[in-house]
Write a protein that binds this ligand. Structure first.
Ligand SMILES: [Ca+2]
Ligand SMILES: [Ca+2]
Length: 384
């Protein structure tokens, strides 16, 4: 225990043994611990070529860490894995140190996702996934994922996607997803963040900027379980930025349902501005969605649209939206929002969004801004 390296190695060995014991106890085959097994289960692969990246991803197993040297990688097939880590031996895909790394899908066949994982306990961080002919990054029926400081940009369908039943306890933190556009279907599908067609509890999104996508910023279509959504910004979605003469993008900031799913999402301290439909909408989800301290500013339609749900809205702020502050049905509960009697509308410190597009903090946090801040301790997003 005299050195850091020794301590880590020792810890890893114990951890692998524990994981094997758990697997055997759960009815899995007895794996044993072959000589060198601990090394194999904690291997780190540093890659600097596309071929090495593709090989490392396809060969990843529990405990594998794949680190990418700086540069732009052009996969010739979807980066795909069905492997799972464990909570103690995760599979990690990340930039090497502070390297700037882009994984670019422009050499993929039409319709191909850029990256797709079908396993659990992955960590994916500090990477850009761009220019895919279809989805940028997709996790299907994954548990325990940590997706941190990821950029998904200019892909041919949604930037970042969680999908499938059994999608549980994933964290999406500090995602930037922008410029995604499905040309073949005239922009009607590409969302910044899609958590669609599935279920599973414990999923959380925080610190995201979802902007300038052809369809919605965030879309929870046919997602049957509550998602926690806090401290995210969604803006500039649904505009025809591609000179598409048959453009069909929707443009909700936060689209919180649809397709018959009932889910009580928890939506706190987010902001939506300059979207072509609503800032925040149930989109026919009848569930008891909770919304506290969100701000909707200058969206084309309503700030908040909850016509059929049992949504509970408190201390939200809606300003300068085209159609109105809030369109609420009789089943909603609304209190202390700036459309409720007796609640004043505080002034914004700034309505210049420039800094919101700026560089994130060194840890990946949202950029500091006074945009849409009010100084209020009771109402509206704190914009951080
Ligand atoms: Ca759409
Ligand atoms: Ca959508």
């Amino acid at each position: 225990m005299s050195s850091t390296t020794g301590r880590h190695r020792r810890t890893r060995t114990i951890t692998v043994a524990a994981a094997v014991a758990v697997a055997a106890g759960a009815g899995g085959a007895y794996l044993g611990l072959a000589p060198g097994g601990a090394d194999a289960a904690s291997s780190t692969v540093v890659v600097s070529t596309t071929a090495a990246l593709q090989s490392a991803v396809s060969g990843a197993t529990a405990g594998t860490t794949i680190q990418l040297r700086a540069g732009t990688y052009h996969p010739t097939a979807t980066l795909k894995s069905t492997a799972s880590g464990t909570s103690a031996a995760r599979i990690t895909l990340e930039a090497y140190g502070s390297a700037k790394v882009k994984i670019d899908g422009s050499q993929l066949a039409s319709g191909s996702w850029l990256a797709g994982i079908y396993g659990s306990y992955w960590t994916v961080q500090n990477l850009t996934f761009q220019n895919s002919p279809a989805q940028g990054f997709v996790a299907t029926s994954s548990t325990g994922g940590i997706f941190k400081n990821v950029v998904t940009a200019n892909n041919g369908d949604s930037g970042f996607t969680l999908r499938g039943d059994g999608t549980t306890n994933n964290l999406i933190q500090n995602l930037d997803s922008y410029g995604n556009y499905d040309a073949a279907t005239h922009g009607q599908n590409a969302d910044g963040l899609a958590i669609k067609f599935g279920s599973g509890t414990g999923n959380k999104v925080t610190g995201a900027r979802l902007y300038n996508n052809s369809d919605d910023g965030m879309d929870l279509w046919q997602w049957a379980s509550p998602v926690t959504i806090d401290h995210n910004w969604s803006f500039g979605n649904g505009k025809n930025r591609w000179s598409d003469t048959a453009f069909e993008g929707n443009g909700n900031g936060f689209k919180l349902g649809g397709g018959g799913a009932v889910a009580a999402h928890v939506v706190n301290n987010n902001a939506a501005w300059d979207n072509t439909l609503h800032g925040f909408t149930e989109n026919s989800n009848p569930g008891a969605i909770v919304l506290n301290r969100n701000t909707a500013y200058a969206n084309t339609d309503d700030g908040f649209y909850f016509a059929t749900s049992k949504a509970r809205l408190a201390r939200n702020l809606a300003v300068s939206n085209g159609t109105g502050k809030a369109d609420l049905g009789s089943s909603t509960v609304s209190a202390a929002n700036n459309w409720d009697a007796g609640t004043a509308t505080p002034s914004f410190v700034s309505t210049d969004a420039t800094t919101a597009y700026g560089t994130r903090g060194s840890s990946g946090s949202l950029p500091a801004t006074t945009f849409l801040t009010t100084g209020s301790t009771t109402i509206g997003s704190t914009m951080n």
